[in-house]
Ligand binder design. Sequence first.
Ligand SMILES: *Cc1c(COP(=O)(O)O)cnc(C)c1O
Length: 599
Amino acid sequence: MCPMSTIIRCPICGTPIHPDKMEYDHVCIEYGNRRFCFCSESCRKSFLEGPRIAYFSMEIAVANEIPTYSGGLGILAGDVVRSSADLRLRLIALTLVSRKGYLKQRITSKGEQLEYPDEWNPEKSLTLMPKNVKVRIEGRDVIIQAWLYEHQSFTGGLVPVLFLDTDVEGNVTEDRRITDYLYGGDDEYRLKQEIILGIGGIRILKELFFNVRKYHMNEGHSSLLTLQLLRDNDMDNERVRNLCVFTTHTPAEAAFDKFSYSTFQRIYSEDFPLDILKKYASADALDMTELGSNLSKYLNGVSEAHREYSMDHFPGHYIRAITNGVHSYTWTSTPFRELFDRYIPGWANEPIMLGRASQIPNNEIWDAHNKAKMSLFEFVKNKTYFEMDMKALTIGFARRSTAYKRGSLIFNSLERLRRIDSIGKLQLIFAGKAHTKDEDGKRIIKEIHQYMAELGDDVKTVYLENYDMDTAAKLTSGVDIWLNTPLPPFEASGTSGMKAAHNGVINFSVLDGWWVEGCIEGVTGWAIGAPSNMPITPAERRKRELEDIYNKLEYLIIPMFYYKRDDWINIMKNSIGKVAYYFQAQWMMRRYITEAYLL
Ligand SMILES: *Cc1c(COP(=O)(O)O)cnc(C)c1O
C-alpha cells in the first residue's frame, strides 16, 4: 500500500496537514457527512466555491460493487475520476444511478447467455444531496434527486460523483423507473434518461451551487445539456461553445444516438424552439453527436486512428485526438505494485516514471508475473472448478461481446490451434457480456462454447461469467498474452490492452485504435493483420489477420515463451516501460486540461 495513504492532505493543494494543528488553524469543515481539513482559508474557499470541470457520462465505473457501467466507456469515466483526484483537478462527475445496473450474466453449458438485473442500493453507501430539481416529461414534472459518491486520492485530491435518480416519492411509478436500467428499454426510455442526465444534470449543479468552468460530454448521451446552457446564456451559441468539450468514442455512425423529432416533442414537455434545435442537431433527426459537437469548441476522438477515420467521415468538423489511458494504480496487480514501489518509488502518483521499468531485474519481473498468474488461476478455479496449468502459455480475451470485436476469430482453424498446442502448451481464458438486444454478441458467446466443446482437452479453454472490473483486473494481469481482434476501424481506442501492459502482459492485437500508436513490432508486442487505414478488401484483410494469428503464435510467440525466456521478459519490460508509461489516464487528463479545458 502507498505510504501516503496514512497522511492527511489538503484536498486542494496536497500540503500535509498535521493532526495536532487541525483545530488550531480553524480550517476544518463538515461537508456532506464528512469532515475536511485544509491548509489555509484560501484552499477552503476554493474547495467550496472554486470553478470545476463538470464531466457527464451515461456510465461510470467507480467501484466493482456499483454496477453502473457496461464496458470501456464507463471504465474510462471511472479512470477519469480517479486520475483527476490524483491530480487534484477540480472536477465533478455526473451520471445516472442505474439502480438495476447493466446486467448480471450467467451462461448455460450450451453457451446461452442468461440475464438478470444487477441491483444495488445507493442508500447503503452514498449520501443523498439535500436538494431536488425537476424536468417536464410527457406533461408531468419529474423530480430528480442526486446521490453523492466521493473518490479520494492518496494525494488528498477529492472528486465527487453525482448519481441522478428519479426513484423519488412524488413521481408516478413509470417515472420512478427511468433511472433503473443502464442502456435498457426502448428509444423513448433512452430519451427520457438523456433528458434526466443532460438537462437535469445542469439544473442540479446549479441548485447545489457548483460553479462550473467547462462541461465535458463523454459521448453524446448527455448532449441535451446544451439546451439548458443555451437557455441560461440567452441562446448565445458562441458562449455555449466556449463552455463545452465533446468526446466521441465510436467511429460507427450507427452507434450514434438519434431520435425522431416527433418522439422528442412527445416526450420532452418544456419549451425549446425547434428551429434552433434543428440548426445544431441536424434537420431530419435529433442527432446527439451533431448536437454535442456543434456546440463544443473542443471536439476529440480517442486515438489517432479514430481521429483520422472520423475526420474523413464527419465532414465539417475539426476533430482532435486525445488517446485514452487507464488509471495505473487501479489496474496494476499487487505483485507489480510492490515491485514498482521498490524500483520506481513514486510511480503511482506519476505513472510516466514507469518509463524506467528496464532497470528492474528480469527474475523479479518473472516472479511478480507468476504471482499474478497464480492469483488469476485461483480466481478461475473458484469460479469454474477448472485447474489451469501454470506452465502453459495463457492467452486472455475479454471484452463486451459484440460483432466487431470478433471474439471467436482465433478459433477459425482448430487444426492450427491443435498443432500450435503440440509445439508448446496453450490455454485460453475468455469473458464478456453481450447486450440484451445484441443477437450477434450472444451468438459469438455460443460459438466460443461450441469450439470449447469441440477442442475438449486439446486446448484448455474457459469462459468466465459476468465480466466486471474485478474480473478484468485479474485477467489483464494474470495471462501471458492479451489478445484483441476487432474489425478495423471500429475499435476507436480500446483500453484493456493498456491494463495488460501495466502488468507486463504482452499485447497481440489487430492494428486498430490505441494499438496503432502502442505497437512496435517485436519490441512492445505483436501486430495482427494490416493497419486500419490500409486500403485492402475485407477478404484480404481477414486472410492476413488469420495468417498472423497462427503464424506468429507458432513461429514467434510459442518458441520465445518456452525457449527464450529473457527475450520474452524484455518484451514484458517494454510493455511497462514503453506502453504503460504513456497509455495511462493521468497523462490523458494532463492533455485534457492543457488542450481542452484551458482552450
Ligand atoms: C477495461 C474494461 C473494458 C474495456 O475493454 P476494451 O478492451 O477496451 O474493450 C470493458 N469492460 C470492463 C469490465 C473493463 O474492465
